[in-house]
Structure formats: C-alpha cells, structure tokens
Design a protein. Structure first.
Length: 176
C-alpha cells in the first residue's frame, strides 16, 4: 500500500491511543511509549505489504505484544543473571571467610582428628582399649568388661581417666 508521511501520521494518531492502552496492560507505564513507537516503526518498514487499515491494526497489536513479550524475557534474563551473580559473589566472599569455608573446616577437622588420634595413642594400653571400644565402636561398658575380663567399674574408671587425659591434652594443644 502506497502511503505518504501525512497519511501515515493520520494512521498513527488513529491507532496510537489503542496501542498505548493495550501496551499499558502488558508492560510498565514508562515502557509503553517506547514499545508503541517501535511497533509503528516496524509498520512503517512494512507498509508495502499492508493491504488495508484492518491489516495494519492487526500488525500493530501483534508487534506490541511481541515487543512486550521480548521485554519481559529480557528482564527475566537480566534478573536471573543478577541473582546468579549475587550467589557467585556470596560464595566467593564465603571462601575468604575461613569460618564458613568448607575446605578450611575440612583441613581444621583433619588436623583436629590427627591430634585426637595422637592423644589416644598416648593412653596406656588398657585405658586406650576401653576408650576405643566405648567411644569409637559404641560398645556398652558391660560388653567391654567381658572382653577385657575386668569389672564394669574398672572399665568406668579407664574411660573416665582417658577422657580426663584427652580433655587436658587437647586443651593444651589448642593453647599452642
């Protein structure tokens, strides 16, 4: 359809309010004007393929809808990127805070386990045996007394003295 600029201005004035109203239901108020103007620019570029004003109106509605949808998709991508970026930054900051860092906790736990194992190894044989069976194997004192062929009271004393020694020994290591 051949159309002069003046004729296009008339079409613009006729359809703009309806397109703006439609766009206002799809996007924020501050974006309405841009979307509608972009739709009219697209119409201007395709005027030669338009057959009548009904066709133009349908094209404008479809274009406004598509532009609004693209804007919403873009916002979702930007929001997703922003959220992902925030998560990455938070993880990065956590890495530099040793109290929250899994690697640092693992290393500290490994070091502490080594210190505990060394302190357990320093216990006298019977005391170590009673402690290991009780705390590391979860056995009851009665079972331990039967295996060690001693009284339950003796097992209690071995475990009590082992715990006292380990507490003092590990407290000393922490002060270093």
């Amino acid at each position: 359809m051949e159309m002069t600029e003046d004729e296009f201005r008339l079409i613009f004035r006729e359809f703009y309010p309806g397109m703006a109203y439609y766009a206002a239901h799809l996007v924020d108020d501050d974006e309405v004007k841009d979307i509608v103007q972009e739709a009219f620019v697209e119409l201007w570029k395709r005027l030669d393929s338009m057959t009548d004003t009904g066709h133009m109106k349908a094209f404008l509605y479809k274009t406004v809808y598509t532009k609004a949808l693209n804007l919403m998709k873009h916002r979702a991508v930007v929001k997703g990127y922003t959220e992902t970026r925030k998560q990455l930054d938070a993880r990065k900051m956590d890495f530099y805070r040793p109290e929250l860092n899994d690697v640092m906790r693992y290393m500290e736990n490994k070091e502490l386990h080594g210190q505990i194992d060394a302190a357990i190894a320093e216990l006298p044989d019977k005391r170590r045996q009673a402690f290991v069976m009780s705390y590391l194997h979860g056995m009851k004192n009665k079972e331990i007394s039967e295996i060690m062929d001693v009284s339950v009271r003796t097992v209690d004393v071995h475990i009590y003295k082992a715990l006292l020694y380990l507490r003092d020994r590990l407290a000393f290591l922490r002060r270093k």
